[in-house]
Design a binder for this molecule. Structure first.
Ligand code: GLU
Length: 433
C-alpha cells in the first residue's frame, strides 16, 4: 500500500486517485518518505489543522437575499502565521481549498518565509454579481470569519477572482470590527492591498516577476536563452499577463495564448503589451487583432521552448500533455499538471519547474507588504524587486541543489527542501503541552 493510502487510512480519511487533495498530499508524502522523515510529520502534513466553512447571507441589489458558502483552510502554522490567498470562483470546493492550503505550506517553507500555509475561497462567479454585491459579500464573509483571521494569526491575500480593491474592503471590514486598541496594525490582516491603503510596490506584478526570476536562474542550465526563447501561456489574468509583459522586455517570443475566451497564435510573436490592453477592454484574448484564432488542440500543439500554465489547477491532463511540444514547463499556476500528465511529460524528457517555486513571488512580496505594515513604511519599488530577486534565486538554487543531492526531479526536490525545513522547526519546537 502506498504511504499516502496508509496515512489516510490511519487518519480515517477517504482517498481517491482523482481527487486533487489526495494527489497533492501523495506527492508531499512520497517526498517525506524519500527523506525518511518522522511518521508524525507525515500525519501533520496529511490533514489541515483547521477547516472553516461559513454560510452567510448577502443582500442583493434587487432587495433579495442570497446565501453564500465560504471557506478558510489553515493547513499548518509551525513556521509562523497562516498565509495564503482567497479565491472567488464557481468551482471552489473544500478539497480544492485544502489542496491549495497544503501547497501554501510548502511554498512558504521553500522560500523560508516566516509563515505557514492557508487558503480560502467563496463559491461565486465574481463577474456574475454587481460591484456593490461583490463588496457586501466580501464584507459579510470577513465578518463571518471574525477572529479566525488576524495580522498575527492568519493573513489572506488575492488569488483567482480577487484583487487589490477586494483586499481593501477586507482590511477595512476587519479594522472596523476589531476592538479600538487593535485597529492600528489591523490593515496588516491582508496583503495585496492598494498602495494607497497599506499595499506594497511590486505586489501586483509579483507572481509574474517571480516566474521570470526563476526562469532567468534555471533556464541557462537547461540550455535555453531567456532572451531568445519562444513560449506560450495558458491564462492572461494577473500572473499570465505580468509574465508576458516582463518577458517582452527580455525579447522572448510569445507564440500563443489561451484563456476562457479562446486561443490566439502568431508565429512571429504576440505583443504582450498590446494583448494586455485588448484584454483590459474586452475581458479576454479572443478577437485580438495581433494574432489569429486557433483551436484548443492547436494551442497545446504549438512548438515552443517553454510552456507556461498560469491559470487554474489540473488543466494539463495526460491527454493535453500528449499534444505538447516544449522542452520546459514552468508552473506559474498552482498544480496545473495532473499526476498522469506529469508522468507522461517526465518520460518525454520535459523539465517541469514546480509551482511551489515558480509561483512563490506573490506570497514573497506579500511578506514584504506585511513587514512594511508592521513598520509603517513604504519601500521603493527597486528595493522590493531586489529583495524578491534575492529570495527567488536562493529558492531556485535550493531546489537545484536538492535535486542534485537526491538525484530526483525538481518537484520532489522542492517538496523535500520545504519538508526538511519544517521538520527541523518541529524538532526545535517540540510539542506543548
Ligand atoms: N494566492 C497567491 C498564492 O497562491 C498569493 C498568496 C499570498 O500572497 O499570501 O501564492
Amino acid at each position: 500500500m502506498s504511504i499516502t493510502k496508509s496515512v489516510f487510512e490511519e487518519l480515517d480519511m477517504s482517498y481517491d486517485d482523482d481527487n486533487i487533495y489526495f494527489q497533492i498530499i501523495s506527492a508531499v508524502l512520497d517526498s517525506a518518505e524519500r527523506l525518511d522523515l518522522p511518521h508524525r510529520l507525515k500525519l501533520m502534513m496529511a490533514q489541515p489543522k483547521n477547516e472553516i466553512i461559513v454560510h452567510f447571507p448577502v443582500r442583493m441589489d434587487d432587495g433579495s437575499f442570497s446565501l453564500f458558502k465560504g471557506y478558510r483552510v489553515q493547513h499548518n502554522n509551525v513556521l509562523g502565521p497562516y498565509k495564503g490567498g482567497i479565491r472567488y470562483h464557481e468551482g471552489v470546493t473544500l478539497d480544492h481549498v485544502k489542496a491549495l492550503s497544503a501547497l501554501m505550506t510548502m511554498k512558504t517553507a521553500l522560500v523560508r518565509l516566516p509563515f505557514g500555509g492557508a487558503k480560502g475561497g467563496v463559491k461565486v462567479d465574481p463577474r456574475g454579481i454587481s460591484p456593490d454585491e461583490l463588496m457586501r459579500m466580501t464584507r459579510r464573509f470577513i465578518s463571518a470569519l471574525g477572529t479566525n483571521i488576524g495580522p498575527d494569526y492568519d493573513i489572506p491575500a488575492p488569488d483567482v477572482g480577487t484583487n487589490a480593491q477586494i483586499m481593501a474592503w477586507m482590511a477595512d471590514t476587519y479594522v472596523n470590527i476589531s476592538e479600538p486598541g487593535k485597529r492600528l496594525g489591523g490593515a496588516g490582516v491582508v496583503t495585496g492591498k492598494p498602495i494607497e491603503y497599506g499595499g506594497s510596490h511590486g505586489r501586483e506584478k509579483a507572481t509574474g516577476q517571480g516566474v521570470v526570476y526563476v526562469l532567468e536562474e534555471l533556464l541557462p542550465d537547461l540550455g535555453i536563452d531567456i532572451n531568445r526563447m519562444s513560449y506560450s501561456l495558458i491564462g492572461f489574468g494577473n500572473v499570465g499577463s505580468w509574465t508576458g509583459r516582463l518577458l517582452h522586455d527580455h525579447g522572448a517570443t510569445l507564440k500563443a495564448v489561451m484563456d476562457h475566451t479562446g486561443a490566439v497564435f502568431n508565429a512571429k510573436g504576440i505583443n504582450a503589451l498590446s494583448l494586455n490592453a485588448h484584454v483590459a477592454e474586452q475581458g479576454g484574448v479572443a478577437g485580438f487583432s495581433g494574432a489569429e484564432p486557433i483551436t484548443e488542440s492547436e494551442f497545446y500543439a504549438v512548438e515552443v521552448d517553454v510552456f507556461i500554465p498560469a491559470a487554474l489547477e489540473q488543466m494539463v491532463t495526460e491527454e493535453k500533455a500528449r499534444l505538447l511540444r516544449c522542452r520546459v514547463l514552468a508552473e506559474a499556476a498552482n498544480a496545473p499538471v495532473t499526476p498522469s500528465g506529469e508522468r507522461y511529460l517526465v518520460e518525454q524528457g520535459v523539465s517541469i519547474l514546480p509551482a511551489i517555486l515558480c509561483s512563490a513571488g506573490g506570497v514573497t512580496v506579500s511578506y514584504f507588504e506585511w513587514k512594511q505594515n508592521r513598520q509603517a513604511e513604504l519601500w521603493d519599488p527597486e528595493v522590493v524587486d531586489q529583495q524578491l530577486r534575492k529570495q527567488m534565486v536562493a529558492a531556485a538554487r535550493r531546489v537545484n541543489e536538492t535535486a542534485r543531492l537526491l538525484d530526483c526531479a525538481l518537484r520532489t526536490a522542492a517538496y523535500c527542501a520545504a519538508l526538511d525545513y519544517i521538520n527541523k522547526v518541529y524538532n526545535l519546537r517540540g510539542i506543548f503541552p
